[in-house]
Structure formats: structure tokens, C-alpha cells
Ligand binder design. Sequence first.
Ligand code: F6P
Length: 474
Amino acid sequence: MASTHDAAAGGARQGARVLVASNRGPVSYEVREDGALHARRGGGGLVSGLSAIGPDADALWVCSALSDGDREAVRQGVGEDGVRMLDIPADVHADAYNGIANSVLWFVHHLLYQTPLEPVFDTEFRRQWASYEAYNRAFAEALAEEAAPGAAVLVQDYHLCLVPGLLRELRPDLRISHFSHTPWAPVDYFALLPDDLRARLLTGMLGADRLGFLTRRWADAFAACCDAFTGGTGGTEIGVHGLGADGDFLLKRSHEPDVEERITELRAEIGADRRTIVRVDRTELSKNIVRGLLAYRQLLDDHPEWRERVVHVAFAYPSRQDLAVYRDYTAEVRRVADAINTAYGTDGWTPVVLHVKDDFARSLAAYRLADVALVNPIRDGMNLVAKEVPIVSDRGCALVLSREAGAFWELGEDALVVNPYDIGETAEALHTALTLPAEERERRAGRLAAAATALPPARWFLDQLEALRAIDRA
Ligand code: F6P
């Protein structure tokens, strides 16, 4: 892989042959109390996917500095091989990331607006949009500078929708793809965006040779928006790549000593012989955690026989806390969980075990203990938790799954499928899941695990790279 220092300096190198671009990169830095920089490597599908192309592939990952530690690392020239972090001014990044990507594009694709009051496209919005343009341009310029002739560039997600078009202008020789990790909005909802900007977003993405989506549903929604607003998708190829879970890694990691320790601790919190309904999410508006808690409360009302016999293990890890609406949602999750514990709890039974501190080993411990996995998003690109819990659960869990998660298209047949807004239906699905005979549950979990691992991250990434390279650009 190319070295960061060479990459940052330009140097006499030939340029990378495979480039990935995303807002969040594979590494982040923290300034310790003694002033030293500490690097932390991230996980996730893209990281394991990229590792599959091997150290000789001459690959470079271009990402954004997100924290003070990241910015300090860039300034000191500290970096990892194969990674170039862009030190985009903090205010520009904040407007692009918090203001546009997470407060507008994320809301549009996940249908999150309360439309009587939102969205408001005013002068402030236009100012933030200018930052989104500048941030996308910074990526396009860095990629243009780093790419070898004819290189493959794989741009990720809604933060970087304009990069394909901008990069195409700078480097017509490159093979460019863009992958959406989110759903895509239906035409009437995408139409909320100002006319000029919805066209700008679509044509920005159509600057790519190839666009990837997690399900056919999201790919069709994108194509429908293009039909409505840009006269079609032009010559851009559209592909569907349903990212799967890394089963081998998860099974191995979930049997390491730190996970065993967390299992002992969690079991003590839950109580022996009790059933578990497990959910693990970022505290994200689209994940529908509050309605999940309300459905659990309804289960305890409609089926009082479950009182004292079941615990809802809910891990809700902080996310996007710069945004007030996320902070409020986090507070609401706590409030509802506390209210259930106050109303129903007894001396020996805490109905909801809520943890908010991110702890990967403890998440895996919860997966192993799961009798039921609750995955009920309002809307979700895929949802890897739905895929991971059936693989890892010791006894084979039942899956209660929203029909609005991308994973529904792959796992729906063996899951108990719910409308995420319907609390009563979700409560009843939880009851059915808890009462499934053990053999039936294990059989379903086996099929869920097989479907969940059908396209592991490495294959997911290589399929896209091969498809991009195979495009005839003559
Ligand atoms: O779902 C889209 C996505 O970019 C994921 O790839 C990722 O899990 C999530 O959003 C992370 O969001 P953020 O970087 O804002 O924490």
C-alpha cells in the first residue's frame, strides 16, 4: 500500500491503483493526556473488504479528519500506510457532515422529517450547502492527485454524492463508482429537496461509471428519482451488492476471553433462566428504539406470564451527539426504559437492561445470549445486526425484523416480520418469537445465518471492484 507520507506529499510515486473515499476512515486518533497521539483502527465491512485485496494492490483510502486528534495527526504528518486523511477546515466539515449529510440527506433517505415544521431550506441551509460542495471538492481534488492513470476509485455514501461528477471533470481517465450504504428516498420524498439541489445530487452521482446499492429496492428508488428529475440514469451502470456479515471473524471473536467475562456479567444482570430479547444499535433516530421499548412494555401487558421471565437487553450507543435531535432521542430512550423498570420491575427483576457505553465485547456477549433479536428500524439500508445475531447466538435466536430494513429482502422468510410503526404487532411478534419451539428456532437461525454470510465483506468489495474494472469505457 502507498505510505501516507508519500501520499500527503505527492512525492515521486506513480499514484494508487485502487482508491476508496469515505467520510469516516479506517483509523482515528486521540490526543492522550501526555500529549501523545494514540491510533485506533476501526472495524466494519469496508475495512475487512479492503483488506481482501492484499498488501500489493497499491490501494489508498482517502477519508476526512473528524476529531482534534485526527487533525493533529495530519499536522504532525503521523499516519498509517494506505490512508490519507484530509484536514478539511472544522467548520466546513461540520456544516457538510452535521448540517447537510446528517440533517438533510440522511433525513430524506430515512423519511425522518416531521413535515409540518421541517425541512426549512433557507439562507442558512444554502450556506451549509456551499460547505457540502467544498467538502466534496476537497475529496475530488485529493483523489485526482493520488490516482494512477485509469485507477479504480470507489466512493462511499451520502456524504460524498458530488464526488463522482467533480472527479470525472478532473480525471476523465478514472473508473469511478459510488456505493450508497443507506436506503434511497422514494420520488415524492426526494422531491422535498430544492429543485436545483436534487438535480445536482443525482447528476453528481451519475458522474460515476457504476452506482451500487444494498438492495434492489433502493436501486429502483434511485432510478425512479433519475427518471423523474434528470431524464434517466444515462450510461451509468447500477448494481446491487447486499453486504453480508463476516461469520468466521464473528464466531472466533465472540469466543474470546473478554466476551466470556462479559457473558458472566450480563447473565448476573439478567438473572439465571430468564429469556432475553436483545437489540444493539447506535442511538439513531431511524433505529426505532423507543417503539421497540413500547412494544416490549405492551408484551408485558398483553402477556403478563412473561413478567419476571424475560429481560429486554437494549444496547443503544451514542451517535451524532452534535445534533440536538439525537441528544433528545437518546434522553427519550433512557426515559422510556426507566419508566418501564419503575412500573414493572420487582426486587429481583429489572425488565430492561439498558447500556449506552459502546463495548464491542459486551455486544457480542449479548448476541450469544440472545433468545430473540429485535431489529425494528423505521428504515435502514441493510442492518448488519440482523445478520450478526443469528450467526453468533449460542442457542439460535429468533429474529423479529422490520420489513423496512434492507435485510428483510434477504432474511424475511425466516424472520418474524413487522411494520415498525405497529407496536401491537411488534409485541405479538415478540411473544411468538419467545414461544417458538426450540427446534424450529434453531432451524430458522441456521437458515438466517446462511443467508447472512452469503456475501461476506471481502467478496462484497471485490465484486464491486471487478464489476467496475470490467466496464467498457471505449
Ligand atoms: O449507514 C450509513 C453509515 O455511513 C454507515 O456506513 C455507518 O454505520 C453509519 O452511517 C455511521 O454514521 P456516522 O459516521 O455518522 O457515525
